[in-house]
Design a binder for this molecule. Structure first.
Ligand code: DP6
Length: 361
């Protein structure tokens, strides 16, 4: 290893998009390893629109691991960060940068500390899956820095220990998180279904209904749902397994009608399970409900569906249009029904499509 007195810094920067589930993950069977009670399927967004950019740095001058999120220091003491750091460190390899005269051996990594600076280009913790992009990017950039020789599937199992939905952000296109059977979580990984070119006419519009931070973390609500809702068990055991098969087929065939039916039904059932929780949790607000009515009415009047909607743990609508023409018509309708600066707090639209994880460092 280089002389400690040489205060060198080695850095890697990576960018990871967020993903939006079309068949939702809700409920854990193991909270520490983050193992889900059902499989889920998501679509990864274009990093240009909703992504996390993370720079990880290592230097002998650093005396502890530290992290800044959107410029503010956050604690790394939580189990999720510690699990990710431990798993990546355990797989670190020799790193050599001849130009800078840096040589780090596998053993050195045990004593070296990292600094992490992460930025989201979208509201953090407002139900726009910021933890998904965040942990995926953290794991991916640390793996690059420490020369970890694992494929994205193995890395997804590490990102999963940061946040369940994060495992799906290691791939572009449509991705399935297989819940797995093993107690140690070794088979609970993300698998790519189709890449981002497969169904490239889809256009995703996110209607930001409210960008305020959530009051309760989805983790604790998820626990309460599993403990108190009768619906969640039925959903995990009876409903989702069938939907996963149908959704995979719809994606393979680019069958928008089936895709829309399943996506909307699954979002609605997830929010029904939240309502079935004691105490009940309301993630959607009146504006969210009005968006659903507007889309449902439009889809019915057209005969063939034009837009699918899905809502995560927040009021913001993720709208998936069948093509650019439907997306343009959707924007017109949204602007007509929810004009900017009206009494509703719907005030911005983010347009995205699907894309791969992008390594810029
Ligand atoms: C509604 O992945 O944020 O977005 O594993 O506790 O970090 P933790 O939860 P998180 O939950 C996401 C829930 C969801 C549905 C989904 O993305 O599948």
């Amino acid at each position: 290893m280089a002389d400690e007195s040489q205060k060198w810094v080695l850095m890697v920067t990576a960018q990871t998009p967020t993903n939006i589930a079309v068949i939702k993950y809700w409920g854990k069977r193991d909270e520490n390893l983050i193992l889900a009670i059902n499989d889920s399927i998501s679509v990864t967004l274009d990093p240009a629109h909703l992504c996390t950019t993370t720079t990880v740095a290592v230097s002998p001058a650093f005396n502890q691991d530290r992290m800044w999120l959107n410029g503010k220091e956050i604690s790394l003491s939580g189990g999720r960060y510690q699990n990710c750091l431990r798993e990546i460190r355990a797989r670190a390899n020799d790193v050599e940068d001849e130009k800078k005269g840096i040589k780090i051996t596998k053993k050195d990594w045990e004593n070296l500390h990292v600094h992490v600076a992460s930025y989201n280009n979208f509201p953090t913790a407002a139900g726009l899956a910021s933890s998904a992009a965040g942990f995926a990017c953290l794991v991916y950039s640390l793996a690059k820095l420490m020369n970890v020789q694992e494929d994205n599937g193995r890395l997804s199992a590490i990102a999963r220990q940061g946040s369940g939905s994060a495992c799906r952000s290691l791939y572009g296109g449509f991705v399935k998180w297989v819940m797995g059977k093993e107690e140690n979580g070794s088979d609970s990984i993300a698998v790519p279904l189709v890449d981002e070119k497969h169904w490239d006419e889809l256009v995703i519009i996110i209607a930001v209904v409210c960008s305020r931070q959530k009051e309760t973390s989805s983790t604790s609500v998820m626990r309460e749902t599993v403990e108190t809702s009768a619906l969640i068990e039925h959903r995990a055991k009876e409903v989702v397994p069938k939907r996963i098969i149908q959704m995979e087929e719809a994606i393979q065939k680019c069958d928008f009608a089936t895709f829309t039916h399943l996506t909307c039904a699954d979002s609605n059932q997830f929010h029904a399970a939240c309502l079935d929780t004691s105490p009940p949790i309301f993630y959607m607000n009146d504006t969210s409900h009005r968006i659903i009515s507007c889309v449902e009415k439009w889809n019915r009047s057209e005969g063939t569906p034009q837009v699918a909607y899905t809502f995560d743990a927040g009021p913001n609508a993720v709208l998936i249009a069948r093509n650019r023409t439907s997306a343009a018509l959707l924007l017109q309708r949204l602007l007509f029904h929810f004009p900017p600066n009206s009494e509703t707090d719907l005030n911005s639209y983010v347009i995205g499509d699907k894309s791969l994880i992008e390594d810029i460092g």
